[in-house]
Design a protein around this ligand. Structure first.
Ligand SMILES: [Zn+2]
Length: 456
């Protein structure tokens, strides 16, 4: 039986296994789910063991364990592929109202498997595992394979960073494969070729030492909430560009070829309105919506709070006001450098009537994929085989911070082999994984691994 026939023959069994994994509510941001995370990690460990990997281990960390597995029987001359995935999921939120079926009771409707984690990332991770299983069962795995499946992707990968640093030899590979992104459509296969970096911060503006009566002091004290919004407003120029001096200095401009490629798949105003519900698009001049979202950096207020926000009114001048902000970054911006530029600009524009500070919450590197690498070329052919059409290269606005880090530390190119669809609702209610993507994804992954080993 060849690996493709093996997939066909075991389709049902694979799906049942995925459902089993999806029933574990491994929500990494909520501490009461710790036992579920351990169960989900142990499930992944057993899975890797059962498909015939030669070394499988659960590495404890100060957070959730890292599941590691390897099969190195292809020998020293064959390339080594490191496959990354994650077994933790986002919270389900408000299950009663918005989910049609329960988030941790997987259900198949209209060719889709509905459950939290279905596409992000248990379904996609299992797609890779099953591809390797099928190749091993057929005795046709021509490359060395390593798996790293973490349990903290949805909460910042805090303990994977030191894990990678401490296990550089163990993780050494020629290429990194990640199935944690999406494509444009079943009939529009695409490969993500860039991810944005991120720096997130908390701003604080302080005025008086305590809340003041606005009747007694209003008019002679600079209200910190007002000062904060003045400062926040000064972070953008009226035309939508970020006003922080030096912010764009290191941004790599798009080439004509890149812009032409992006222009092939424009976001229309109608689609924009339908997806967002916002009345009109907004943003940096001279860049299309598609370019703004995937290739340009941003400064975004995620939350702002100060003074009385409870029921009714309270005539008070608050002692302080706070804003949570995150910047999406692109090549070649450095998150720490951007933070320092913002810090300096903040000091410059803060009026002497209040004091201000900004604190770094977390940061992550952007990553750019070399589309000319032989691994990307192999991925292009694999998608063509699995989905019947040559894939388009797509720049995504999101971030997988650990990717840029692993790419740099392991000095290996990345292939983002994403099988999600735009309507998969990852992080939202009614998350799903399209069964066709599962089946075709396995074919694609098999073809990819197979072709890496059989080239000259
Ligand atoms: Zn994910």
């Amino acid at each position: 039986m060849n690996p493709y026939e093996y997939v066909e023959a075991h389709q049902h069994e694979f799906l049942e296994e995925l459902k089993e994994w999806l029933r574990m509510p491994s929500i990494s941001t909520l501490s009461q789910h710790k036992p579920d995370l351990l169960r989900a990690a142990e499930w992944a460990r057993q899975q890797l063991e059962s498909i015939g990997l030669t070394r499988v281990e659960l590495f404890p960390t100060a957070g959730n364990p890292v599941v590691y597995g390897e099969w190195l029987e292809a020998g020293k001359n064959a390339p080594t592929v490191l496959i990354y995935g994650h077994y933790d999921v986002q919270p389900a939120d408000d299950p009663s109202k918005q989910w049609k079926s329960k988030p941790f009771e997987p259900e198949i409707r209209d060719g889709n498997l509905y459950a939290r984690g279905a596409t992000d990332d248990k379904g996609q991770t299992l797609t890779q595992i099953k591809a390797v299983q099928s190749l091993l069962a057929a005795g046709q795995l021509p490359v060395n394979v390593k798996f790293v499946i973490e349990g903290e992707e949805e909460s910042g990968s805090d303990h994977l960073y030191p894990f990678v640093e401490q296990h550089l030899d163990l993780l050494k590979a020629d290429v990194l494969v990640v199935s944690d992104t999406g494509m444009m459509g079943l009939d529009r296969p695409s490969i993500v070729v860039s991810l944005r970096g991120i720096v997130s911060m908390e701003f604080e503006v302080r005025g008086p030492s305590h809340d003041l009566h606005s009747g007694l002091y209003g008019g002679m004290v600079h209200n910190p909430a007002q000062a904060l919004v003045e400062i926040m407003a000064a972070m953008h120029r009226p035309d939508g560009k970020v006003a922080v001096p030096g912010f764009y200095d290191k941004v790599r401009e798009l080439s004509g070829v890149e812009r032409a490629e992006i222009a092939q798949n424009p976001i229309t105003v109608e689609r924009f309105k339908e997806e967002t519900g916002a009345p009109q698009p907004w943003g940096e001049p001279n860049y299309s919506m598609q370019e703004r979202a995937g290739t340009r950096p941003t400064f975004e207020i995620n939350g702002i709070v100060g003074g009385w926000t409870g029921e009714g009114g309270k005539t008070v001048i608050p002692e302080k006001a706070v804003a949570k902000v995150s910047c999406r970054l692109v090549a070649e911006q450095d998150p720490v450098e951007i933070f320092e530029l913002i810090q300096r600009y903040l000091a410059e524009i803060t009026p002497s009537t209040v004091t201000s500070s900004v604190r770094l919450l977390h940061k992550g590197m952007w990553s750019l994929v070399d589309t000319q690498s032989l691994y990307m070329q192999a991925a292009v052919r694999a998608f063509e085989y699995g989905f019947g059409k040559r894939p388009i290269f797509m720049r995504e606005g999101g971030s997988i911070p650990i990717m840029g880090f692993m790419q740099e530390k392991l000095n290996a190119p990345v292939v983002l082999m994403g099988f999600g669809l735009p309507d998969d609702n990852l992080h939202g209610p009614n998350e799903k994984y399209c069964l066709e993507c599962f089946a075709r994804g396995m074919k694609t992954a098999i073809y990819f691994l197979h072709s890496l080993g059989t080239r000259g």
